[in-house]
Write a protein that binds this ligand. Structure first.
Ligand code: ATP
Length: 227
């Protein structure tokens, strides 16, 4: 569950301020995928980074599974990212020298998960994203779509209750993007994950339970998709 109330965030640089978010309210329920649309610079990445606790809000509240992100101290934010919130990025953000299975297993090394349990979970996740046969390959030996599926498996390794994806299809052709969104939608429904996907790709809206539109720092409901 994600609950956002009256969220504000400004950036100060050069001669002026950029008021990226001006009072955003949003609720996303477990098992629901919300697609966040808006032009480049509308504040989509800013909103996701605040939910993930990677940046601090100026004002307002964010709760994830009933726990306050906005009131959390740095240690609690680290714990949040290690146990609760999984993030998928547009450029995949895989470590280039590690194989697919090593990339997926990395969050579980950080949390010192028992190695046997880790290996079993990594194998299960790679199988789930259709990459069991590619476990030993490095990112530069895989296609963009395969790399994004590795990144999704890595985000899911901590068994997150919240999944945030920032332009997950931006580097992919339309068919591969559709496969990645199909996979994300299925995983969200199966696992009861609370998901926000930021995109400027209209095709992604078809995978949403709810579409919201960010413009000039405020959020408006855009449409309810059928899929
Ligand atoms: N670290 C920063 N310092 C200063 N300004 C920033 C910073 N990050 C973002 N901004 C500004 O805040 C606004 C919102 O940016 P943000 O990246 O959240 O938008 P976005 O909707 O994700 O855009 P895109 O689709 O291009 O990624 C923009 O005007 C941007 O220039």
């Amino acid at each position: 569950m994600i609950r956002i109330r009256d969220l504000h965030k400004s950036y100060h640089h050069g001669g002026g301020d950029v008021h990226a978010l001006r009072g955003v309210d949003l609720d996303v329920a477990p098992g629901q995928l919300t697609v966040l649309t808006g032009r480049s610079g509308a504040g989509k990445s800013t909103l996701l980074s605040l939910v993930a606790g990677l940046r601090r809000a100026d004002r307002g509240e964010i709760e994830v599974d009933g726990r306050s992100v906005t009131a959390a101290d740095e240690g609690e934010l680290v714990a949040l990212r290690r146990t609760t919130v999984g993030v998928v990025y547009q450029d995949f953000a895989l470590l280039p020298l590690l194989t697919a299975e090593e990339n997926v297993g990395l969050p579980l090394r950080i949390t010192r998960t028992d190695p046997a349990e880790r290996d079993a979970l990594v194998a299960e996740l790679l199988d789930r994203v259709g990459l069991a046969a590619h476990a030993g390959q490095r990112p530069d030996e895989m296609s963009g779509g395969q790399q994004q599926r590795v990144a999704i498996a890595r985000a899911l390794a901590i068994r997150p209750t919240v999944l945030l994806a920032d332009e997950p299809t931006a580097q992919l052709d339309s068919e591969t993007g559709a496969q990645v969104m199909d996979l994300l939608r299925t995983l969200v429904a199966e696992q009861g994950t609370t998901a926000i996907v930021a995109t400027h790709d209209p095709a992604v809206e078809g995978y949403a339970d709810t579409v919201v539109h960010l413009d000039d720092g405020t959020l408006t409901p855009a449409a309810v998709a059928g899929g």
